[in-house]
Write a protein that binds this ligand. Structure first.
Ligand code: RP5
Ligand code: MG
Ligand code: MG
Length: 279
């Protein structure tokens, strides 16, 4: 879990908010820590703009925790979360900050992560093997996030009422093909091209994400799926293009030296294991 002081939000220096440092042995709520008084912070943008995708500021006005609440899924993948004075409590422990931080929902904020893979190939089209492990190298479509500058899976938040299969494809199209920057006929072409691949995904992970935005009362959860282009038929003549909250996009070799956003390295490792690829 995030247990270091980190600067959050793009605020003026006088407004910067710091997390309380949470040592690893104090992350668990069961460990008694009476001095723990983290700052209570919800992004002023959420309070001022009240975006449609975000909750109301007062969590006591929300009643349907741990269930589907209209179009909002307030259930957690990790089981029933507890409430403290009517406010959801992060099931993975202390984060050093209270409130919603930058997250829209109190409690779980649901996302989906498409791990799109292919084999690394040489100019002749032969698979490339790692010299040490003797295993073929898998590549995945990685984007560089504009918020933290880190490389990541092109995932994103589930829209209200959206099926997970739709979120996975929509986020991939927005961040890795820049479909929002294209006209509707190009968008349709891209979608037709990807439809077949996105029909046969394998679930890789479902649960809590160690996301830098998590707070004691709001946290990220995701469902990650692998979509694998075994024969390079889908992506051979397809160019990726970064869009929306992605600054760049690339096919990245999967290897244990990777540094990725949040828990994404774990998800990519599971995809490599699924294909018995180099790690
Ligand atoms: C991570 O944040 C998830 O794994 C997903 O990749 C991402 C969703 O947030 P945005 O990309 O929409 O900011 O926790
Ligand atoms: Mg997105
Ligand atoms: Mg995203």
């Amino acid at each position: 879990l995030i247990s270091y002081q980190s600067k959050i939000d793009n605020l003026k220096s006088s407004e910067i908010v710091y997390r309380t440092h949470v040592p690893d042995d104090k992350v668990d709520w069961w460990v008694n820590w009476p001095q723990y008084q983290p700052v209570d912070y919800t992004s002023p943008r959420l309070i001022r703009d009240k975006p449609a995708w975000a909750d109301v500021q007062n969590p006591l006005d929300i009643k349907n925790w741990n269930m589907i609440d209209g179009k909002t899924d307030r259930r957690s993948h990790v089981g029933c979360y507890e409430l403290s004075d009517g406010i959801p409590v992060n099931p993975c422990g202390r984060t050093g900050i209270r409130g919603r931080g930058q997250l829209g929902k109190w409690g779980p904020n649901h996302a989906a992560d498409p791990i799109v893979t292919r084999w690394k190939r040489d100019e002749q089209g032969n698979k490339v093997f790692d010299a040490e492990t003797n295993k073929p190298i898998l590549q995945f479509v990685s984007i560089r996030r504009l918020d933290t500058n880190e490389w990541a899976i092109p995932g994103g938040m589930c829209d209200p009422g959206e099926k997970i299969s739709q979120t996975l494809k929509r986020e991939f199209m927005e961040e890795a093909t820049d479909c929002l920057g294209k006209n509707s006929s190009s968008r349709d072409q891209i979608e037709n091209h990807l439809n077949h691949l996105f029909e046969k995904g394998v679930e890789i992970f479902r649960g809590y994400v160690d996301d830098p935005r998590n707070t004691d009362n709001a946290w990220m959860e995701t469902i990650a799926y692998n979509f694998h282009d075994e024969d390079d038929t889908v992506f051979k003549e397809f160019s990726l293009s970064a869009g929306d909250d992605a600054g760049s996009v690339t096919w990245m070799d999967i290897d244990q030296k990777l540094k990725l956003y949040a828990s994404h390295k774990n998800f990519v490792q599971k995809a490599a294991e699924l294909h018995n690829a180099h790690w």
